[in-house]
Write a protein that binds this ligand. Structure first.
Ligand SMILES: Nc1ncnc2c1ncn2[C@@H]1O[C@H](COP(=O)(O)OP(=O)(O)OP(=O)(O)O)[C@@H](O)[C@H]1O
Ligand code: SF4
Ligand SMILES: [Mg+2]
Length: 336
C-alpha cells in the first residue's frame, strides 16, 4: 500500500482556557495512512479523538506539527485552498445537525459540487443521482427533506455529501454512534463497500471498540491526547499490550481463555465516564499511572513518575508506550 495518503507528524493542539492552565488536547501525535486503508481511533471521552480529526480536516488550527495529505502539507496554510480541502472530508455523529433542515437531499448533495466548482450545472444532476445510488438511496430520496428520512438515511446523505467532491480520505467522527445497532451495521457495511470501490482512506473514530474491529485495518488507542498503542487491529485486539488498551478491551470484550486478560480491569474512573480532566499533564512521567495496575505491580517504579514513555515497536507495526512492555508477565490483581 502507498504509505503517503496521510502523514501526520508531531501534531499538537492546545486550548487556552480562561483562568486555567492551557489544555493539551492532542500531544505529539504521529500517524500514517495508505490509500484504501482504514484506521480506527479509540479512547475514552475527552481523549482528543475529535480534536485530532478536526485538525486532520483543517477545521482545527494546529499548535504545532504537520498534516500532509497526498504529499501536500495542509498545515502551512492559514486557509487551505479548496482543491486541497476537498481531498479530505468529514462525516459527523449527528447528521440532523450537519444537514440544513430546509434543503432537499438532492440539493444538499449537489451543494459541495457547486462550492468546489466541479462539473457543469447540466452534469451535476446526473452526478448527484450516481452518488445517491452509491450510498443506497435513489431519486425519490433526492426530493425529500432531512426530517422525511430515517436516521440511517440521513447519515447516508451525509456520506453522499462527503463523497460528492471525490475525496481521497474520509474522517468519520462517531458516525454511527447515534444509530440503532442494526442500522449501524448497514452504515459500516456501506463504508467498507465504498472504501473498496473507491480506494478511499478512512479514519473511523468510535467509542464502540467492537464497531472498530469490524472495519479498521489498523487501530490507534488515544489516552489524554497521546497515542499509547497502535497496530494491526487483530494484533491489538487479540494481544493488547498497553494497560490502558487492556482496560478498554476488558470493558467490552469477553476475556479470551488464552490471553490471560482479567474479566474487567477497572480504571480510576469508569471507561467513557471521565469528567473533564482538570490536570491533563501530570508533572513528568506517564499520564496513565494513577490508573495503572501495572505500575503498582512494579512497585510504583520511579521511571513512570519521571519519564513519559515513548511509542516503541514490540512486534511488526505494533507499538505501545509503556516502560514495562512485558504485558503477559505482569497482571493486575484479580487476573488469571
Ligand atoms: N474548542 C475547545 N476549547 C477548549 N477545550 C476544548 C475544545 N475542544 C475540545 N476541548 C477539550 O479537549 C479535550 C479533548 O476533546 P475531544 O472532543 O477531542 O475529545 P474526544 O476524544 O473526541 O471525546 P468524546 O469521545 O467525548 O467525543 C477535552 O478535554 C475537551 O474538553
Ligand atoms: S509507563 Fe508505567 S504507568 Fe505508564 S502504562 Fe506503563 S507501567 Fe503503567
Ligand atoms: Mg469526540
Amino acid at each position: 500500500m502507498d504509505p503517503s495518503l496521510l502523514r501526520v507528524e508531531d501534531l499538537t493542539v492546545r486550548f487556552s482556557r480562561r483562568g486555567m492552565p492551557e489544555l493539551t488536547a492532542v500531544k505529539a501525535v504521529n500517524l500514517e495512512l495508505a490509500q484504501g486503508e482504514a484506521l480506527g481511533v479509540v479512547g475514552e471521552s475527552g481523549s482528543g479523538k475529535s480534536t485530532l480529526a478536526r485538525a486532520i480536516v483543517s477545521i482545527q488550527r494546529l499548535t504545532s506539527g504537520t498534516v500532509e495529505i497526498d504529499g501536500h502539507d495542509l498545515s502551512r496554510y492559514k486557509r487551505v485552498p479548496l482543491h486541497l480541502r476537498r481531498k479530505v472530508q468529514m462525516v459527523f455523529q449527528d447528521p440532523a445537525s450537519s444537514l440544513d433542515p430546509r434543503q432537499r437531499v438532492g440539493s444538499a448533495v449537489e451543494e459541495p459540487l457547486t462550492v468546489h466548482s466541479l462539473l457543469e450545472r447540466s452534469e451535476r444532476k446526473a452526478r448527484v443521482a450516481e452518488i445517491l445510488q452509491m450510498v443506497g438511496l435513489n431519486e425519490h430520496h433526492a426530493a425529500r427533506f432531512p426530517h422525511e428520512l430515517s436516521g440511517g438515511q440521513r447519515q447516508r446523505v451525509a456520506i453522499a455529501r462527503a463523497l460528492a467532491v471525490s475525496p481521497q480520505l474520509i474522517v468519520c467522527d462517531e458516525a454511527v454512534s447515534a444509530l440503532d445497532v442494526s442500522v449501524q451495521a448497514q452504515i459500516i457495511n456501506l463504508l467498507i463497500k465504498l472504501q473498496d470501490q473507491l480506494g478511499l482512506g478512512l479514519i473511523f473514530i468510535a467509542h464502540d471498540l467492537t464497531v472498530v474491529r469490524h472495519l479498521a485495518h489498523r487501530v490507534a488507542v488515544m489516552h489524554q491526547g497521546r497515542i499509547v498503542e497502535t497496530g494491526p487491529t487483530a494484533q491489538v485486539y487479540d494481544h493488547p499490550q498497553h494497560p490502558y488498551t487492556m482496560a478498554l478491551l476488558s470493558a467490552v470484550l469477553p476475556a479470551h481463555p488464552d490471553d490471560r486478560l482479567p474479566d474487567r480491569i477497572m480504571l480510576n474512573a469508569d471507561v467513557g465516564e471521565l469528567d473533564e480532566p482538570t490536570e491533563r499533564t501530570p508533572i513528568g512521567g506517564c499520564a496513565f499511572r494513577s490508573s495503572c495496575w501495572r505500575w503498582k505491580e512494579n512497585g510504583e517504579h520511579a521511571i513512570c513518575a519521571t519519564t513519559e514513555p515513548q511509542l516503541d515497536e514490540i512486534s511488526a507495526h505494533h507499538l505501545h508506550a509503556c516502560h514495562f512492555p512485558t504485558a503477559k508477565a505482569i497482571l493486575p490483581a484479580g487476573g488469571q
